[in-house]
Design a protein around this ligand. Structure first.
Ligand SMILES: Nc1nc2c(ncn2[C@@H]2O[C@H](COP(=O)(O)OP(=O)(O)OP(=O)(O)O)[C@@H](O)[C@H]2O)c(=O)[nH]1
Ligand SMILES: [Mg+2]
Length: 275
């Protein structure tokens, strides 16, 4: 079985940093994971990507040669990838029984407006037999403001619905919202698993009454989709990275259906079978 985790979230949410911390942590556990860079505009990485979209196409070249702006150029790069999937087949050919961590660009256009990433995720699972899941990162500092929290949850939800795969939501950079004793500040902590009704009261208290019905509709949507809880992530804490990785493993049922391996110096005849 092959596994792939798409690491998504808005620009600057901490995706690349999180990918690197997952790799470091996997190494300490003796597990092999590979970084797949899917951002054609990426500049540098802590770990060298094993697979890199920039080997196929580079955003800078597209912008110079075709005179596209950065966002149009990005869409062009993904369309190019999807028209050249034999490149991907070739690159991923050698990754059997492997775990890929896919560092994705943050632009929501690639998920919803032109569903390029959903097509890629579906290609990985349907054609290349990967078990695919996603994470969505939101910067904890975003959560200082209730209306930003709503916006963050809505964007996570639209990403999840567009991708159509299971997803873990992560609140990143938790080290920045801890008090002097190292505890998560309560005004941020309550957003990790908040009561939607309390959120509604909070948001209503700061919005014009003509939007209260809309706020109620948004809260019902969040409740129905059961997408309001976030896992805290502090990349400086090994425990925190471990917890997040365990959630991702569980979500993908990592390793659950691997065949038990017979040690090399025994053959099957060495096992006695009771009839
Ligand atoms: N304090 C703190 N800073 C972080 C953490 N994670 C990321 N950062 C910082 O946040 C900034 C953005 O991090 P990246 O990992 O590049 O974010 P990204 O989501 O990959 O960004 P793009 O690829 O540009 O969309 C960098 O300056 C990081 O050093 C964290 O857990 N704690
Ligand atoms: Mg990045």
């Amino acid at each position: 079985m092959r596994y792939a985790v798409l690491v998504t979230g808005p620009a600057g949410a901490g995706k690349s940093t999180f990918c690197a911390s997952l790799i470091t942590h996997a190494q300490t556990l003796g597990r092999t994971v590979h970084l797949f860079n899917l951002d054609p505009a990426a500049e540098r990485f802590e770990y060298e990507p094993s697979v890199d979209i920039r080997d196929l196409i580079n955003l800078q070249d597209v912008m110079e040669e075709l005179e596209f702006g950065p966002n149009g150029g990005l869409i062009y790069c993904f369309e190019y990838l999807l028209n050249n999937l034999d490149w991907l087949d070739e690159e991923l050919n050698s990754y059997e029984d492997d775990y890929l961590i896919i560092d994705c660009p943050g632009q929501i256009e690639l998920y919803t407006h032109v569903p390029l990433l959903p097509r890629l995720a579906s290609y990985l699972s349907t054609n290349l037999n990967f078990r695919v899941s996603a994470t969505y990162l939101i910067d904890s500092q975003f959560m200082q403001d209730k209306s930003k929290f709503f916006a963050g949850v809505m964007s996570a939800m639209s990403c999840m619905l567009a991708l159509g795969i299971s997803m873990v939501c992560i609140m990143s950079k938790m080290d920045l919202v801890k008090d002097k004793k190292g505890r998560i500040r309560p005004e941020i902590g309550r957003y990790l698993d908040p009561d939607p009704e309390l959120l509604l009261e909070d948001v209503n208290s700061t919005t014009n009454p003509k939007y209260h019905a809309l706020n109620r509709a948004v809260v019902s949507l969040i409740e129905d989709q059961n997408l309001v809880s976030f896992l805290p992530l502090d990349v400086s804490s090994e425990d925190s990275v471990n917890t997040v990785m365990s959630h991702i493993d569980n979500m993908m049922q990592y390793g659950e259906d691997e065949e038990p391996k017979i040690p090399k110096d025994m053959d099957e005849g060495d096992f006695e079978v009771d009839e």
